[in-house]
Structures are given as structure tokens and as C-alpha cells.
Design a protein around this ligand. Structure first.
Ligand code: 13P
Length: 252
């Protein structure tokens, strides 16, 4: 399976910084596509990406993603952005259920499942994030937590589940510089793969990404694991050289 390297810029960037970053990444992209590449940008910058993709050489090889989507289709939901709006701006992906949304915006498993459903209905691939906190890991709850989080999305989305991307992001590894070891990550990915297999005959085509302090130095060993099909990259996706090194690591 072709791997996917997706950058999650989180709430970072500016018109000037984005243009410099995207120009540098596009210039360094391998001539032959070795893996799928995407960047998930803050919503106000979706239009900027779309415009730059027409003029910056090589940028068309990078797919556009958003970082969140409303669980509602349209209407009186002030501040929300619908899946149809993301589609209007050419989004191929949208992250749903990132731990920062679960933690700071009290997003529940059921809400995340509805967001995934909205994305799928609009023809956008949801990148569904799951992951345990440090306390949950230490209590031996990792497997239960990630299975519960994924089960809600499977329950709501039925046979469409083969169209999602899953991202395993241990909360204790996000932005901390502490990465899961390749073996720790692989063990959880194998659990998620088995859960997908029980839900669909097409589980082998569901990409399961790892996220959490993935960087230029550790990407190759993580991406070398049998059930790690790519990465969801936070901090390192804001540095062109680091992001390009991770993309190169996904080729081997
Ligand atoms: P970092 O790569 O900065 O740890 O962030 C990971 C992440 O949360 C990606 O969604």
C-alpha cells in the first residue's frame, strides 16, 4: 500500500509563512511520487492553498486537508465549517477527533463518528484520530480506549469504514518529543487492523497512520513497521526540510 504522509499544521501559519513553506516543500518533492502527501491547514488558509496550487510548481502533487469539520450539514451553527464547504475548497482529507479537539472542545466518540459521516457523505476522507493518555496507558487501558474510539466510527459508518484513514496518536507523544517506540506503535496498529478486519473485507486498504513526535530522525523506523501506513506530522510538518525527509522515508 502506498503510504500517506500528512502534515497537521494545527493553529500555526500566516499568509507569508504558508507561501514560503509550501513553495519549499513543493520544490523538494520527489520527481516520482513515492507516497501520498497532504497538508491539513487552518480553514482560513484553504483558499490560499488552492490558489497557490495553480501557480507553485509541484504543489499539485500535495493534497489539501482540513483539521476539523462540523457534525451538521448546514444551518444555524455559528462558527462551524461544513464538509460541503471543505469540498468547495478542494479538500481531499479532514482530520476528525484529534485529541486536542477531544480534550479542549469536549468532543465525544459519538460526535467524532458523526463528523466522519459528514466527511464521507461529501466525498472527503476523514482521518480519524484515536489514542490514549499517559494515565490510560499506565493503567493498561490502551487497547480498550483506542478500540472504543474506533468502534463508534465503525458503528455509525458501516460499510463505508473502508474509506477512512485512521491515525493512532498516543496523547502522551503529541508535541512532547516522546515518541512511541516502533514496537509499541506497531502493537496498537495491529489491534486497530484486526478491529477493521472484523468490520470490513477491505481492511487491508485502510491506511493506519502513526502520529506523535514523528520527525526526520525517527520516521524511517516507525514507517518500517508492517501496520504503519504513514504519518500524521505536527511540529515537523512546519519545517520544509524535516517534512521532506519524512516523505523520503516513506518511500523505502
Ligand atoms: P507532533 O508531531 O507535533 O507531536 O503532533 C502530532 C499530532 O498531533 C499530529 O496530528
Amino acid at each position: 500500500m502506498k503510504k500517506l504522509i500528512a502534515g497537521n499544521w494545527k493553529m500555526n501559519g500566516s499568509l507569508a509563512a504558508n507561501e514560503a513553506l509550501l513553495t519549499a516543500v513543493a520544490a523538494g518533492m520527489p520527481a516520482q511520487p513515492v507516497c501520498a502527501v497532504a497538508v491539513c491547514v487552518p480553514s482560513p488558509y484553504l483558499a490560499q492553498f488552492q490558489a497557490l496550487a495553480l501557480s507553485v510548481r509541484g504543489l499539485s502533487a500535495i493534497d489539501l486537508g482540513a483539521q476539523d469539520v462540523s457534525a451538521k450539514a448546514s444551518g444555524a451553527y455559528t462558527g462551524e465549517v461544513s464538509a460541503a464547504m471543505l469540498k468547495d475548497f478542494g479538500c481531499r482529507y479532514v482530520i476528525v477527533g484529534h485529541s486536542e479537539r477531544r480534550q479542549y472542545h469536549a468532543e465525544t466518540d459519538a460526535l467524532v463518528a458523526e463528523k466522519a459521516q459528514q466527511a464521507l457523505a461529501a466525498g472527503i476522507t476523514p482521518i480519524v484520530c484515536v489514542g490514549e493518555t499517559l494515565a490510560e496507558r499506565e493503567a493498561g487501558q490502551t487497547e480498550n480506549i483506542v478500540k472504543r474510539q474506533l468502534a463508534a466510527v465503525i458503528h455509525t459508518n458501516g460499510h463505508c469504514i473502508s474509506e477512512i484513514v485512521v491515525a493512532y496518536e498516543p496523547v502522551w507523544a503529541i508535541g512532547t518529543g516522546k515518541t512511541a517506540t516502533p514496537e509499541e506503535a506497531q502493537a496498537v496498529h495491529a489491534v486497530l487492523r484486526a478491529q477493521l478486519k472484523a468490520a470490513t473485507d477491505h481492511a487491508d486498504r485502510v491506511k493506519i497512520l502513526y502520529g506523535g513526535s514523528m520527525n526526520a530522525a525517527n520516521a524511517a523506523s516507525l514507517l518500517g513497521q508492517p501496520d504503519i501506513d504513514g504519518g500524521l506530522i505536527g511540529g515537523a510538518s512546519l519545517k520544509a526540510n524535516d517534512f521532506l525527509t519524512i516523505i523520503a522515508a516513506a518511500a523505502v
